[in-house]
Design a protein around this ligand. Sequence first.
Ligand code: CU
Length: 583
Amino acid sequence: MTSGSETSNEGRVVTRREFLHTSGAALAALSGFERLLPPWTWRGAGAAFGPPVHANLVDLTIGNATIDLGDRQARVMAVNGSVPGPLLRFREGETVTLRVTNALEEDTSIHWHGILLPNGMDGVPEVTFPGIGPGETFVYEYPVRQTGTYWYHSHSGLQEQLGLYGPLIIDPIEPDPFPYDREYVVMLSDWTFEDPYDVLAHLKKMGGYYNFQRRTVADLFRSSDAGLADRLRWGRMRMDPTDIADITGYTYTYLMNGMPPGANWTALFRPGERVRLRFINSGAGSFFDVRIPGLEMTVVQADGQNVHPVAVDEFRIAIAETYDVIVKPTEDKAYSIFAESMDRSGYSRGTLAPRQGMSAPIPERRRRPVRTMGDMGMAMEGMDMTGMDMTGMDMTGMAGHAVPHGPDKHGPGNSTVPEATRPRLDDPGIGLGDDGRRVLLYSDLRSVAARYDRREPERELELHLTGNMERYMWSFDGKKFSEVKGPIPFRLGERLRVTFVNDTMMEHPIHLHGMWMELDNGSAAHNPRKHTINVKPAERVSFLVTPDTPGRWALHCHILYHMEAGMFRVVEVKAGDVAEEDG
Ligand SMILES: [Cu+2]
């Protein structure tokens, strides 16, 4: 969805003046030396972003705009007039300057998601800088120390839900270790015509407000007494087994590069070419399951970091994650790029095609998944399964090593406590893995680069992900951000293991700013580096980290409404001894 702008013709160099013209009044000047890429890098994708901004001096303006979204007009907040905002391309090793002007009547900010940079450039209001006031310009400047697919977004209130996000790509000096002939960004997101603060108010009033997929009474009584026992257990947990996502297709329109499914965003290819698709989930409240029926996808990058190739039929992309895949369509026909929301209440869709105007069948949406005993952290041993309807039940990991939870000390901010928690790295996730498709697992991810810090952790830290769905309270260790006294201390240069324990029955994609989390998935020296780790219900998962940049960094759930509700902490990296953690 562009702000009524024309897209540039394929293969033609766009002059600065034309670029300004196409981007409308709310747009800032594109200054500096513009090094436009070869046309193949953006041909076909231009409909979403216009030409990429490949410069080390960039002006961005955040303002209100009205865009077409299917047959409706949407009032958005946009970067340079479009949603998503412009595709920024940097080169490894250069220092970039981004002048961000606020044309809104409220404060704003931009955070460069997954980018390692000096603390003051991270763009989180009240943590790393004061925010950008109306009419002000903030100048971000930082050296580019990494490569890969990333994104940027507002870190102020719920602005991200209104359209303040865009893709960011860093080209490596040495080419990536996998060949491809062309590439596209595929940015997935969600849009609601409701005011995001109304959405939050609805959720606070009733956690299941947008969940209309509840099992009917007939469903519940169809099976047996065991089914009834199951229902009573769920009732005690104050959660319905069909609560997969807080916010659903009831209010959301799912977008691909800013376009609703009917607009059919299209990426062109010539048969036989290898096409790199850079998937980014910039949704505020939606996980997507991505597949391209008829094509195998080879995952080559996760969170911007090269991984040993993994061939899959489908992958789940949590909020804020990125995955790069290579596909090789050989036939002269169209393929659907299908991104089904995790709760199956809707989808985002586009097409890979040899020519514009083509489409392929859109897959049927699958049955909604149902939360299981495993998600509740129920130990299965000794339970009488006789007469229980096991259909759709997830037994994955049941044989795995489960850790008894112990007493809950998290207070009213935590309404559920799993009996046992365990790693779920081999678990494809709810609703996946039982239909014969090869689905990407976290345990499949093996970093190409070997770990640079081989030390064993000298310190360990455990953080519980806690919540109360009914009251829409979300927190770490039972305390929302407004209730904690100080930051979590990290010592500069230490080797630290952090373990997340998910006490809730929802997935939480946890993002740590300013440093890589080395996901401990059994790949040892090749554990993948992640900026966002999706933690499944009743899961216990660890990462290792060597904090190398001083300052206060945000740690939070990337479900926008969970973060706003309080699932947010600050980590402070500084030299010297680590004080007792402030409980
Ligand atoms: Cu969350």
